[in-house]
Ligand binder design. Sequence first.
Ligand code: RNT
Ligand code: ZN
Length: 418
Amino acid sequence: MTVKERYESAKEIYKAVGVDTDEAIKKLENVKISMHCWQGDDVIGFDHDGPLTGGIQTTGNYPGKARTPEELMADIDKVLSYIPGKHKINLHASYAIFEDGEFVNRDKLEPKHFKKWVEFAKERGLGLDFNPTLFAHDMVKDNLTLSSPDEATRKFWIDHCKACIRISQYFAEELGQPCMMNIWIPDGYKDIPADRVAPRRRFRDSLDEILSIDYDKTKVYVALESKVFGIGLESYTVGSSEFCVSYAATRGILSLMDNGHYHPTEVVSDKIPSLLLFNDKIALHVTRGVRWDSDHVVLLDDETKEIAKEIVRNDALDRVFIGTDYFDASINRISAWTVGMRNMQKALLYALLSPNKQLAQLQEEGKLTQLMMQQEEMKTYPMGDVWNYFCEKNGVPVGEKWFEDCEKYEQEVLSKRN
Ligand code: RNT
Ligand code: ZN
């Protein structure tokens, strides 16, 4: 049977439980996922040769990581050729591209330092999202940035974030679509602090200062990402969940939830409907923590599916900025990117192929036995046939067919880098 024939058969099967597969595909085609650029080079960027700091870590030494903007862009192109649909690329400020021997520090960054990325995005019809980079830099003092007691340190990072808002607006204007700019700081203490409020007060004031610049709020959506702890910063995190959610709610910016940033039994899927009740828009970093915020490749696991279900059931595909955030240095990075991106799309498809209204109705009527039965039966419905058709329709390889080409790229290109 051809991919199309299998799809037609699956369509009938889903129809019997009231699911319109054509409709699901149409919706999925319009979902942009913001692909993090930093899987390609282990979160290093182009503006420093120091190590990765900030309590985050890549582990592994798989050969072939991108060393230059050209290599990173070529790798991203490769990944995009395996992913159905048009998406966004999520950049960090540390990926500035300096030309003709020029170098400026992060507090002095300008739109022109990202011109090549804008050209890259324009040529491919992609959007861009952005992140100030408040780690892996010598102005991080005692693991502190925007919450530092040192005024010069705070000022440096405030200026950096202001510069990033201007760059984000440039992205939005050039590409004709909004740019989400996410602020995450590593600030914290390894051991028990004596004062938990002073750093948070300073962080709050620094953020207020950053947001005081004039920018177009219909073009730039500033978000704030919380965290529970970082490596070497286990006892105290300035930008905790309560801090970030409260700050965002009172200042009219977005809350960003990274599902690696909570205690291991806490789930982001359950937080999504609560935040959506009180916020017009929210943002996500989809990742996979294994026992800690380890940033493993996103799988089609229960929590990824549950996150997707919450977005779809709440009819919030246009209210949630979905981005990926993981960095595995122990396997082929092109494959890591591709598997995670495709899994996020598969999770959304799974959610779109679920008879959500009917299931909610069963819950309302208290028919919980039937609800469990039906939810479980949905797990073995032929989603793969719909997914394969979606890939074929969008001109990308079906099933595992992309991997052969990925291996060829490894042999011909990646393995020649060192
Ligand atoms: C760190 C945060 C943050 C980073 C990226 C590189 O724990 O998740 O989002 O992963 O900014
Ligand atoms: Zn994150």
